[in-house]
Each structure stands twice: as C-alpha cells, then as structure tokens.
Design a protein around this ligand. Structure first.
Ligand code: FMN
Length: 140
C-alpha cells in the first residue's frame, strides 16, 4: 500500500478546502491517504509516506506560516530527499508570490517537487477544486 500524507495549515478554511480536494485526488485503490494539520502531523508521518502534500496560505509579508509550518519543515528537512512533494495554498492579494520562495526552500531540501506549487486566490471555485484534485493525482 502506498501512503500519501496531506498536511496543511489554514486560518480561515480556504487552504483546508484545498487540502481536502488534494486528498481526494490522491485516492486510489492501492493508496492510503491521510489528511492532517501541521499541529497533528509527526516526523514519522512524513518519513513513512511515499509522497506528501504541504498546504499553507500566504502569511506575514509573502511568507509561509512561521508558527507551525516553518518549524515543522525544519524538523522533516532531512527526510525530504527525493520524496514526491506537492505544495499548495490560498492567498489574498500577493499574486501567490510567497509560493516561489517556499518552492525554492523545498528544492533546497532535495524534495522531488511535482510542480511549482498551486496557489488559489481566496476560496477555491470549481476550477480551483479541480486543480487541487489534479495535484493530488500527481501524488499517487
Ligand atoms: C496575518 C495575515 C497575513 C497575510 N499575508 C498575506 C500575504 O502576504 N499575501 C497574500 O497574498 N495574502 C496574505 N494574507 C491573506 C491570506 O493568505 C488569505 O486570506 C488566504 O485565503 C487565507 O487562507 P486560509 O483560509 O487557508 O487561512 C494574509 C492574511 C492574514 C490574516
């Protein structure tokens, strides 16, 4: 059985909706998909996963969350080499620029990124949900 972890942080629910759609896209007969928040996830969860998706909205000034997301990624950075990884998150006004920085940070951990990272303005619409599901499919 393959294991896909979808781990997210969401303050007002938009990235959570994306996470649920990514998880649903990853579902396959031979694949276990686990959806957790960064608060709930452990280093072992990442270590034991064949592929992972991390979701975080744009925070601060075009940054990922520094309270839970950044510290968690520091903890798992040694486990990321060649791990199939997807990034996603909602943003409000910055054109999703934070994702470019985040993508580079994950590249420096040698993660195997499936694409440049999916950003969606505010709440996903039906096209946004489909994009999230397609991202999930890439993790199968
Ligand atoms: C404290 C704070 C900082 C934010 N900083 C940014 C930012 O730098 N760039 C941006 O595009 N959106 C920013 N936003 C907007 C959020 O990214 C946006 O509302 C997003 O949809 C929230 O996703 P969530 O519902 O998953 O929490 C910020 C929101 C808050 C509350």
């Amino acid at each position: 059985m393959k294991k896909v972890m979808v781990v997210y942080k969401s303050n007002s629910g938009n990235t959570k909706m994306m996470a649920q759609a990514v998880a649903s896209g990853a579902m396959a007969i031979d694949t276990e998909v686990v959806l957790k928040t960064f608060d709930q996830a452990s280093v072992e969860d990442i270590e034991n996963a064949d592929s992972v998706a991390f979701g975080c909205p744009a925070c601060g000034n075009e940054e990922i969350d520094i309270e839970v997301v950044l510290p968690f990624l520091e903890l798992v950075k040694d486990k990321m080499a060649l791990k199939k990884t997807a990034l996603f998150g909602s943003y409000g006004w910055g054109e999703g620029t934070y994702m470019e920085v985040w993508y580079k940070d994950m590249m420096s951990m040698n993660a195997f990124l499936v694409d440049k990272g999916l950003t969606i303005l505010n709440t996903p619409d039906s096209g946004g949900f489909q994009a999230c599901e397609r991202l999930g499919v890439k993790l199968r």
